[in-house]
Each structure stands twice: as structure tokens, then as C-alpha cells.
Ligand binder design. Structure first.
Ligand SMILES: Cc1ncc(COP(=O)(O)O)c(C=O)c1O
Length: 337
């Protein structure tokens, strides 16, 4: 397919992408025909090295043989699973993931995208605490669904979106290189956090529910919070009855030298969101929490996020090779630090 034909289809049939977004003008870019390993090939046969590894969704490379074998095998049994009955691939993945998690994280829920996991994590935190307010770092990015995940994506100018979810607000990112409170670490003693919390306490519209953060801020500028920062956040959460959610979309599953990004700081979150290469390129994501929080949330009189009708056994089968290959002896990741 040549560029003229792509333009014709896009003009007539495709929902337009905003020119100002990073996806604007897609039809003017090379049109991909295939992908394998680290290479993508366009419709003119030109090869490119995929430095974005499928936006971090294909960290093992495209069509990794082990992932493909697992998907192929799964399609021999069934490809669609209703969410009103359990099935073997789903149960097996709950167990394998559960054994990989750092205790007390233990329970999981499978969804499809990273944005889904944020919606579900916030829902879980609100149901478990009975609170509403969620605080996110002001350079954080948590997804592109139109409500919660975009409302918490402060790095993406959330005011561009017409409706902002109530009870979502920002605290300052601990960006020591460009300190938001013109101080310096460690002399500052986390002044950015102290000032943010004082303001947040004054602004809360209801009972607070959670703080959400990426252990290393990704799209917001690859910002590594200073040592001890998340321990201070953890203490602040405990003082306010809030839960701590880590979005490990970009840091999880071996990408930073530990199985999970939070292990660098030794702070285990109450809720963890996993996506991106969790499915080795196949869309599947997970929300993980403790047995106690899961029980508390499930006993809430209001319904809890559940797996969708689009749950797919091949995606669950593809998941395990996606992290076993990176970390072949993946065992319970019981240690931090
Ligand atoms: C840290 C983080 N969280 C969540 C998301 C949303 O993931 P998805 O595009 O799968 O919805 C992204 C996407 O880039 C991300 O980088």
C-alpha cells in the first residue's frame, strides 16, 4: 500500500487524530507491513530498527518465538473466555503472577490495557478506603482513557480534556535536577512533598483514598525520585488512611534491574498496575493487591471493576513467556532493596 492510498483511506474512513498530539499526521508516516524482533518493515520493504520496542509493549522484540508458541497453543483450545466462568489459562496466570509478586501483594485482576489498570486501581483504592481523593505526581502519566487515567496524567496537560474526574489532583514531582521548590537534596528534607501535602490536606474534597506514582517517572522526563522519597510518601499515606498505588507499566518486569521498580526503594505498594510488555506484545494487563485490601474492596456495597467480556486466553498464555525470558529463574520476588 502506498502513501496516496493510505491518505485516501484515512481521509474517508479513519477517525482523525488531533494534529497537536504525538499521533497527529499518522497517515504521512511509513505504513508498517510486518515486524520481527527489533525490526519493523514498511509497505515499501524498508526496514527500521524499532527503538521504541512497540512503545515498550514488545520489550522482548516483536513476535518473540516463545510468545508466539504460547499464543498458537492457546488458540488450539479457545480464544474467547466469557467472564462468567473461570478457565484454566486464567487460573494458571493468577497463580504464576501471584508467586512472582512481593508479599503482601498476592491477588490479581486481568484487564487489557495500561489505562484500564489505572481506572481499576483507583476504583479498588476508593472502594477499600471509602475515600475519593487521589493524588498523582505533577509530571506523572498514567494513560489515555478519557476520565480517570487522563485526569491523573498531569504531564499531558489534562485541561485539554473537557471533563476532569473529581477528586484528582497533583503533588509536586521530586525532580532534584530542576527542584520545584528551589532547594536541594538532601538538605530539603523532601520540602516538595511537605508543601504538597499541606496544600492537598487543605484541598481534599472528601476522604482521601490514594497516592499514585510511577517508581521512575517515564514520559514526564525519566525522573528518578531521590532515595527515601517513597518511604516518606508511604508514611504520609499511612497518616491519612490512604493507599499507595505504583504504576509499573514502564518500570515493571525486569526493566530497571529489579523485577519491579519499587524494589529499589524497598517500598511495597498496596496496589500495583502492570501492563506494557506483560503480554509480550499481546494486550493484557494486571492490577495486583494484597488479600486484605481485595477483601475489603470486594465487600464494598458498590460494584468493583471486573474482567471485561474481551478477556482472552491467548493473551494470558502469552504473558508468562514475556517475563520468564527476561528473568528465566523468576521466583517469588520477595525481597526489596
Ligand atoms: C506509565 C504508564 N501508565 C499507563 C499507560 C497507559 O497504557 P496504555 O496505553 O496501555 O493504556 C502508559 C502508556 O504509555 C504509561 O506509560
Amino acid at each position: 500500500m502506498d502513501q496516496a492510498r493510505a491518505q485516501e483511506i484515512a481521509d474517508r474512513w479513519m477517525m482523525p487524530t488531533e494534529e497537536s498530539s504525538y499521533m497527529g499526521g499518522l497517515e504521512k508516516r511509513p505504513i508498517l507491513a510486518s515486524a520481527s524482533g527489533s525490526t519493523v518493515v514498511d509497505t515499501q520493504g524498508k526496514e527500521y530498527l524499532d527503538f521504541q520496542s512497540g512503545q515498550m509493549g514488545a520489550a522482548l522484540g516483536h513476535r518473540h518465538p516463545r510468545v508466539m508458541a504460547a499464543v498458537r497453543k492457546a488458540t488450539e483450545t479457545f480464544v474467547h473466555a466469557s467472564n462468567i466462568m473461570l478457565n484454566v489459562p486464567r487460573l494458571e496466570l493468577h497463580e504464576r503472577l501471584g508467586r512472582l509478586l512481593v508479599p503482601p501483594l498476592q491477588k490479581s485482576l486481568f484487564l487489557v490495557t495500561g489505562s484500564d489498570t489505572i481506572e481499576a486501581s483507583v476504583d479498588l483504592a476508593r472502594k477499600a478506603t471509602g475515600g475519593l481523593d487521589i493524588l498523582g505526581l505533577h509530571d506523572g502519566l498514567h494513560g489515555s482513557t478519557s476520565y480517570i487515567s487522563r485526569s491523573l496524567s498531569f504531564a499531558w496537560k489534562r485541561q485539554q480534556h473537557a471533563s476532569i474526574a473529581p477528586g484528582t489532583s497533583a503533588i509536586l514531582t521530586p525532580h532534584c535536577y530542576q527542584c520545584p521548590v528551589a532547594s536541594s537534596f538532601p538538605k530539603c528534607e523532601f520540602l516538595c512533598l511537605k508543601a504538597s501535602l499541606e496544600l492537598a490536606d487543605a484541598n481534599f474534597t472528601s476522604r482521601p483514598a490514594a497516592v499514585i506514582a510511577e517508581p521512575i517517572l517515564s514520559a514526564g522526563g525519566v525522573i528518578v525520585p531521590p532515595p527515601g522519597y517513597f518511604q516518606a510518601v508511604r508514611r504520609a499515606c499511612e497518616e491519612r488512611g490512604m493507599l499507595l498505588i505504583f504504576d509499573e507499566a514502564q518500570t515493571g518486569l525486569g526493566k530497571t534491574g529489579h523485577m519491579f521498580g519499587f524494589q529499589h526503594e524497598g517500598v511495597v505498594p498496596d496496589i500495583m498496575a502492570l501492563s506494557k510488555h506483560f503480554g509480550g506484545g499481546v494486550p493484557v494487563s494486571a492490577v495486583c493487591t494484597t488479600a486484605e485490601i481485595a477483601k475489603r474492596a470486594a465487600s464494598s456495597p458498590r460494584g468493583l471493576t471486573r474482567p471485561t467480556r474481551c478477556s482472552a486466553p491467548p493473551a494470558w498464555q502469552a504473558s508468562t513467556p514475556s517475563w520468564k525470558k527476561i528473568w528465566p529463574d523468576a521466583r517469588p520476588a520477595s525481597s526489596c532493596g
